[in-house]
Design a protein around this ligand. Structure first.
Ligand code: GTP
Length: 319
């Protein structure tokens, strides 16, 4: 009991020379201890705030231990101030010992954590890694873009192949019919004229039989080229099959279509040059202007009928 009395009233040890301190010396010691104590008490509060705010750090126990260590350091300085007037040397010693124990614990844990901390990537390493990732991402984006361009190119090639006649490079039957259907809808909606030319090479079988199938192919290619040269860039030219072609003339009435058909006929008769076939070739053409209410099939049938008429009337003519 006596021990506790002495422990708390500060008389356990005599003050000795403390009461003899001069004012400036006292201010220096008390001021220094007070400033250090304030700092040592503020640091644990800051660490507590950090632990509360950053639950993701996973080192909260280590930070709390460090906060405790700092707190006890602060407490020894407070006791240093008190001891100037009261001799609580026993409590002071006790707090110093506690500070020592918690410091040792912190030091041991700090050393144990050191490899983990060293292994943790530095800010520079993380910055480098981010840079590497950004570069890799850029490379990936570039590769992706190239791939997309390649796919678009291949798709366009495949579409072209699917829509094109292999031999002549003109539109194939499916594609010219698809476009004709669209153009009929457009003509209907905007009330604009639309005409077609149905073209068939004359006595092509005989050419094939005389000069061979290969020469016949050359002639088909040369005819396709003449049709290209003769028609306008708004027109669509297709090969329906064999030696039969269709030229689609958007925004064109019969009066405009007929001379165009005539130019095609003349081009085949006069301009066609196929070395294997010296006698050349001619073409018969049926011209029809689409009229309101006419279906695609009716349009084609009417063009076929006119073509048949041209064939029956001696070929190499336009009907
Ligand atoms: N070289 C070649 N011949 C083809 C091709 N497709 C069809 N033919 C031939 O074209 C010929 C068409 O003959 P027909 O339908 O009798 O017509 P045509 O001889 O031109 O007679 P008309 O049309 O009455 O003037 C056939 O002999 C087919 O074999 C092809 O891609 N190349």
């Amino acid at each position: 009991m006596d021990f506790f009395k002495e422990f708390l009233n500060g008389d356990f040890m005599p003050h000795g020379h403390c009461l003899l301190w001069r004012e400036d010396l006292l201010l220096l010691h008390v001021g220094g201890d007070a400033l250090t104590s304030i700092a040592y008490l503020l640091i644990p509060l800051a660490l507590l705030k950090l632990v509360k705010a950053r639950t993701d750090l996973h080192l909260d126990w280590m930070i709390m231990l460090f906060a405790g260590f700092i707190f006890f350091c602060g407490a020894t300085h407070i006791l240093g101030i008190i001891n100037v007037w009261h001799g609580y040397y026993y409590i002071h010693g006790l707090i110093k010992t506690l500070t020592g124990v918690i410091s040792i614990a912190t030091a041991i844990l700090l050393w144990r954590l050191l490899p983990q901390a060293i292994a943790h990537p530095s800010k520079q390493a993380l910055t480098d890694k981010i840079l590497q990732l950004q570069q890799a991402e850029q490379r990936l984006a570039n590769a992706n873009q190239t791939l997309e361009q390649e796919v678009a190119k291949r798709t366009a090639q495949l579409e072209k192949m699917a829509n094109t006649d292999d031999l002549t490079g003109l539109l194939n039957r499916r594609e010219i019919m698809r476009i004709l259907s669209l153009e009929i809808t457009r003509a209907e909606r905007h009330n604009i004229p639309l005409s077609i030319l149905m073209l068939d090479l004359d006595e092509f079988k005989q050419i094939n039989d005389t000069y061979g199938h290969h020469a016949g192919d050359k002639l088909l290619i040369a005819c396709a080229e003449q049709f290209r040269l003769t028609s306008r860039n708004i027109d669509f030219i297709g090969r329906l099959g064999g030696e039969e072609f269709l030229i689609l003339l958007p925004d064109t009435n019969y009066e405009e279509a007929k001379p165009l058909a005539e130019r095609c006929r003349m081009a085949i008769e006069k301009n066609l040059v196929v070395t294997d076939i010296p006698k050349g070739c001619t073409v018969s053409i049926g011209v029809v202007q689409w009229s309101l209410g006419m279906t695609l099939q009716q349009l084609i049938n009417q063009a076929d009928e006119l073509l048949y008429k041209a064939k029956s009337n001696g070929r190499n003519c336009v009907y």
